[in-house]
Ligand binder design. Structure first.
Ligand SMILES: *Cc1c(COP(=O)(O)O)cnc(C)c1O
Length: 354
């Protein structure tokens, strides 16, 4: 409950929900009725409010537009059998949000505001959580510099906001990925571990080039040697080789995914051998050639598990085992989805119920 937070609420006059075709929801284009806002002014957070979803009025000299102090999070809410809203591990996102804020020289946001704002917004727009199997309400908290000032320095004012979008099924087509050995997403000492706008802007051009070669996504390698696997665009990479679950350790260049952490916990719980260690490109290619690579997938909130169908490296495409044969990732996907929807006991205490 959010009894301690003082949130002013202005409701919409007429909900837009009847205009939405819940059987055909384009990702990220449909917004529910309300949004949450908080302002950082004079060194503190205040002005907590929920208002109808609407456009913002910004100065052309808004600092975030020019210098990129902007961070975000992504989560999903599902509808439980009793009609409650279930959010998956939001405190992990709140903590990561603050790590991103520190790196981008932005003010931390009290966890009560992050979680309390989410609670109140999701409670108000509860009917926007799709009922349909597989669908969910995507939650997008973000913060950006609000100063009207042209000069490179940390902004003095910020806006924190949350809006939500009903989204379609989690099932995604297996992806063809290319191991990127020229461009980099993140370098040591850089901002790779922060969920900050510029990281994604920097990835667009290399991803577009790979798209022209027929790949859906990139797998980034380390910036110095291009021999170590890092992660994909918005997913962490996991492999099953010889029955062992293997994933690179998070570091300054790899984002700490909540999905990654949860899948590692499941694997440990199931008694699977888990190795969190550096993974070389050569090891993966060799494992594909000898047939010891059993599974490869991306882990992230959007798809939970995105199977990798093929890996391209130095002009050669290596096809991976058929998706039906992938025991661990299929089981992990089903288990994660069942826990998120309250269909399986929440034995790790992951579910935040509203
Ligand atoms: C958001 C994101 C992930 C996945 O994190 P989740 O918390 O599992 O959604 C992985 N890598 C990058 C670069 C991301 O932005």
């Amino acid at each position: 409950m959010t009894g301690t937070l003082d949130i002013a609420i202005q409701k919409v006059q007429n909900s837009r929900i009847n205009q939405v075709d819940f059987d055909n929801i384009p990702f990220g284009k449909v917004y529910s009725d309300h949004m949450f806002i908080a302002d950082y002014v004079d060194g503190q957070w205040g002005g907590l409010r929920i208002v109808p979803f609407e456009h913002l009025k910004l100065s052309p000299a808004n600092a975030a537009l020019h210098y990129g102090q902007s961070i975000f999070e992504g989560m999903k809410a599902h509808k439980g059998d009793d009609g409650s809203a279930l959010i998956f591990r939001p405190e992990k996102n709140a903590q990561r949000f603050n790590r991103s804020a520190i790196r981008m020289c932005m003010p931390e946001l009290p966890e009560e505001i992050f979680i309390g704002g989410l609670d109140e917004l999701v409670r108000l727009d509860r009917s926007w959580i799709p009922d349909k199997e597989g669908n969910s309400l995507y939650l997008r908290p973000f913060m950006f510099a609000a100063d009207e000032y042209i000069g490179v320095r940390p902004s003095l004012t910020y806006k924190f906001m949350i809006f939500t979008c009903p989204v379609g099924g989690y099932y995604s087509k297996p992806v063809r990925v290319k191991i990127e050995t020229k461009f980099v997403r993140a370098a040591e000492g850089g901002t790779g571990a922060a969920k900050t706008a510029g990281n994604y802007a920097a990835s667009l051009y290399p991803a577009q080039l790979a798209g022209k070669e027929g790949y859906d996504q990139l797998i980034w390698t380390d910036s110095k040697t291009h021999t170590l696997i890092e992660e994909a665009g918005t997913m962490n990479i996991m492999l099953v080789i010889d029955g062992k679950l293997i994933t690179p350790p998070t570091s300054g260049t790899i984002l700490e995914g909540v999905t990654r952490d949860s899948i590692l916990a499941l694997a440990n719980d199931w008694g699977m051998e888990v190795e969190v260690r550096k993974v070389t490109v050569t090891e993966i290619i060799d494992a594909i050639k000898t047939g010891s690579l059993e599974e490869a997938f991306g882990a992230g909130t959007a798809a939970t598990v995105a199977h990798i169908a093929a890996i391209g490296y130095e002009g050669i495409d290596y096809e991976l085992p058929p998706v039906e044969t992938r025991e661990f990732s299929n089981k992990a996907l089903l288990e994660m989805e069942a826990i998120k929807r309250g269909k399986k006991e929440d034995r790790f205490g992951w579910i935040h119920k509203i």
